[in-house]
Design a protein. Structure first.
Length: 150
């Protein structure tokens, strides 16, 4: 489905407050509430909007360490390894990437001991050849929303 300017503006309004009523969104965009309802329903049906979740400050919630881990994975085992890693609830991103590594994993931990155990667990997997771990020192921007471009 191709999105138009109204769809983008609706998503922007939902990014500001996903609890905002159809009426309030309609008022902000000068369209009818029915238009907003129909557009959101279509965006959901087409799986462009896939859900509504709370945005949590991980640091305030106790997960103070954010880590980026590059993985070199045995040939032909990428998908299998990534699926296994993705099941860990501390993992919030798993990506296939180009360059020196095959995959990048984003993980949050409460303690360094937890991080240590996780990395050692990765290295114990037979199809992970090596890892490269980076600890995030400071977060300058961590965007929780997606703004589609036309």
């Amino acid at each position: 489905m191709a999105m138009d300017d109204i769809d983008v503006k609706i998503i922007e309004q939902l990014n500001l407050d996903s609890h905002k009523s159809f009426r309030d969104i309609a008022k902000a965009l000068t369209v009818s509430p029915g238009t907003v309802y129909n557009r959101i329903s279509k965006l959901e049906k087409d799986k462009i909007i896939t859900g509504y979740i709370p945005v949590v400050d991980a640091q305030k919630a106790g997960s103070d360490l954010t880590v980026i881990i590059g993985l070199k994975i045995s040939h032909g085992k990428l998908v299998e390894v990534e699926k296994k890693i993705a099941k860990d609830p501390r993992v919030f991103g798993v990506y296939d990437v180009t360059g020196e590594f095959d995959s990048v994993v984003l993980v949050r931990f409460k303690t360094r001991e937890e991080l240590n155990g996780f990395v050692k667990g990765l290295l114990s997997l037979k199809d992970i050849e090596h890892t490269y771990t980076q600890l995030v020192l400071n977060t300058v921007k961590d965007e929780k929303r997606f703004v589609p471009l036309l």
